[in-house]
Design a protein around this ligand. Structure first.
Ligand SMILES: Nc1ncnc2c1ncn2[C@@H]1O[C@H](COP(=O)(O)OP(=O)(O)OP(=O)(O)O)[C@@H](O)[C@H]1O
Ligand SMILES: [Mg+2]
Length: 234
């Protein structure tokens, strides 16, 4: 099976600013890893590119074996919808919308009927321990509960890859621990999980830590072994 993510010499500039400067990163299926690094070092840019929300200025991005440089925007959206779930620090839940509908909206473009989407959404909310909060709107939920709703939405279609950008950044340590437990459970159930964090304890508690500095991978505690290639003897 190809790596779920394979970034080779990925650079990204915004005008004069270099956000990524030749980053290499391979993530195998089933991994759980932390991405750490100073503010402005390029972590979110890296995650957005892994999530195909942005394209690199140069370098190669392969997701599940697909070179995204060879895909149209439409094909890329389809790949993203079927492969990747996102969780952000700020939850991104629409005000006034009950949890079950926020989650069901995660499958808006799946072509499934509303009833089926809602019943899947209820199951996902039970899975994150919010079976008793199905009809609460965001203002009726704690921060930790909001993040669990966002996670339920992200994993509704059972994507193999979950990308989380500081998912505990807006939470107190107790709610943050609940969210991390949930990410561990999803990982144990087979999801590949990538977490950006500023929290050293969280980073240290994950099996692999990738440190970003100045738009490059400065240190990788657990880079998987390079694939064995057949040697061609000339
Ligand atoms: N859309 C954009 N337009 C212009 N510059 C950007 C844009 N996005 C990011 N940058 C710049 O690229 C660099 C890397 O940003 P990025 O958001 O990836 O950092 P980060 O490591 O996630 O930081 P933080 O820990 O503060 O979230 C920064 O200098 C930032 O100002
Ligand atoms: Mg960031």
């Amino acid at each position: 099976m190809p790596p779920v993510v394979e970034l080779t010499a990925v650079s990204r500039t915004y005008g004069e600013v270099t956000a990524l400067a030749g980053a290499d990163l391979t993530v195998q299926r089933g991994e759980l890893l932390a991405i750490v690094g100073p503010s402005g070092s390029g972590k979110s840019t890296l995650l957005n590119i892994m999530g195909t929300l942005g394209r690199p200025t140069s370098g190669t991005v392969r997701i599940d074996g697909h070179d995204i440089g060879e895909l149209s925007d439409r094909e890329l959206s389809a790949l993203r919808a079927g492969t990747i779930g996102f969780v952000f620090q700020a939850f991104h839940l629409a005000p006034g919308v009950p949890a079950v509908d926020s989650v069901a909206d995660g499958l808006l473009y799946s072509g499934r009927p509303l009833r089926e989407r809602r019943s899947l959404a209820e199951a996902a909310l039970h899975r994150v321990g919010l079976g008793h909060r199905l009809h609460n709107e965001p203002h009726q939920l704690s921060g930790g509960e909001k993040q669990r709703v966002a996670i339920a939405r992200a994993v509704l279609g059972d994507p193999p890859l979950l990308l989380a950008d500081e998912p505990t950044g807006a939470l107190d340590s107790r709610s943050g621990a609940v969210v991390m437990e949930l990410l561990h459970e999803l990982h144990a159930a087979g999801t590949t999980v990538v977490v950006i964090t500023h929290d050293r304890d969280i980073a240290a508690s994950l099996p692999r830590e990738v440190r970003i500095k100045d738009g490059r991978v400065e240190h990788d505690s657990g880079a998987p072994a390079a694939p064995v290639r057949d040697e061609v003897v000339v």
